[in-house]
Design a protein around this ligand. Structure first.
Ligand code: MRU
Length: 359
């Protein structure tokens, strides 16, 4: 485990600052072999600006919790587990700055409403503070635990991937969305490392294009065969037997196994049910919100209509047309074949099996 970890730690920035923007130092570096979304430097956080990918690898230096909150809100960093880790470091910075801990907690918490890992990590930091534990150490531990959970999910989940499988995935659930390796993409990565000769259909994932920009970038770096498709191509491929399984991540999972994930996930689950294709979810235990029963209770983020009316930076819709940007949807437990966690595989997906595994 340690060896893999070192293999994936990137060469840290040694090149000089190449530009300044918004009063932040911005560096461009080569990532070499590994992909990391963020690197804690002891008194600041280095964050890979995901909005610049795949064309530019830019690192932001975040030195206070307000910058961290902004980076989460603006989706410079995204993906539920990565958001949780980064928020924990933001909490460390805010408390060190002398802000009231509750104020820091609220500011970081009010960035994105759906990803449960954010609330889980912040609650854990608050609890650490109250019990007098070292905050920096706690944040590092949250990061370490996420990384090793992903490796465990990779090992467990790859057992579900047959040799030569054609796998379809949605959004980005890789190293960029986590502390490293990834959840659903981590399972794909593990299966590839085991020599299973899989290939991946990558949903572009409108409107933010996490699939086309980020998942494709990660798969390319790993040398995993893949092809980017428009989101609406999935039905054609699944209907014609060109997909052996679908695997996605999760932003929040309820006690009975309903899953909130990137908009379009529910559609894929219905297609899989119709055509008898296995539909898997991979997520660490920190994504489970056992305080709620059903998916209807999960707050669903709505983002700016502007993001729907543009393709990247290019405006494509009439300026005066309204648009709706619902960022997540709910997949009911009954559409899910199994949920892969670091503690084991939940199958069938129901309250009983979830509580048995997690409690
Ligand atoms: O809006 P995003 O990019 O933060 O959404 C990310 C997802 O929906 C991922 O599938 C989810 O967070 C799991 S990431 C391991």
């Amino acid at each position: 485990m340690c060896l893999i970890r070192y293999f994936y730690v990137p060469n840290l920035p040694q090149t000089p600052v190449v530009k300044q923007s918004d009063n932040k130092s911005v560096r461009c570096i080569s990532m070499d072999k590994g992909v990391r979304a963020f690197v804690w430097k002891g008194d600041y956080l280095l964050l890979l600006e995901q909005r610049d990918l795949p064309h530019r690898e830019t690192w932001l230096e975040l030195r206070n919790h307000k910058e961290v909150a902004k980076a989460i809100r603006d989706m410079s960093v995204r993906g539920a587990p990565a958001i949780g880790c980064v928020a924990a470091y933001g909490f460390v910075l805010g408390v060190r700055e002398g802000y009231e801990p509750q104020e820091v907690y609220e500011e970081l918490k009010n960035t994105r409403p759906t990803a449960f890992n954010l609330f889980w990590a912040l609650d854990r930091m608050m609890e650490a503070l109250k019990s007098g534990r070292d905050l920096e150490r706690e944040a590092i531990q949250i990061e370490e635990e996420d990384f090793s959970a992903n490796l465990s999910m990779g090992n467990l989940g790859s057992q579900l991937i047959p040799h030569g499988a054609k796998v379809l995935t949605h959004c980005n659930t890789g190293a960029l969305a986590t502390a490293g390796w990834g959840t659903a993409l981590g399972v794909i990565r593990s299966a590839h490392k085991e020599g299973k000769e899989i290939s991946v259909w990558v949903d572009e994932t409108r409107p933010y294009l996490q699939g086309a920009r980020l998942t494709a970038w990660e798969l390319l770096k790993e040398g995993i065969p893949h092809s980017i498709i428009t989101d609406s191509t999935a039905g054609y491929l699944i209907g014609r037997g060109m997909v052996d399984l679908v695997i996605v991540g999760a932003d929040r999972i309820t006690a009975k196994g309903d899953v909130a994930n990137k908009i379009g996930t529910y559609t894929l689950s219905v297609l899989c049910k119709e055509h008898g294709v296995p539909f898997y979810v991979a997520a660490p235990s920190s994504t489970f919100d056992l305080s709620i029963e059903s998916g209807g209770e999960i707050p669903i983020e709505e983002r700016s209509a502007r993001e729907v009316k543009a393709f990247g930076k290019c405006e494509v819709a009439p300026e005066d047309s309204p648009a709706t940007h619902i960022a997540f949807d709910i997949t009911p437990a009954e559409n899910i074949t199994a949920i892969i966690t670091e503690k084991g595989i939940v199958r069938p997906v129901c309250k009983e099996s979830i509580l048995k595994l997690l409690s």
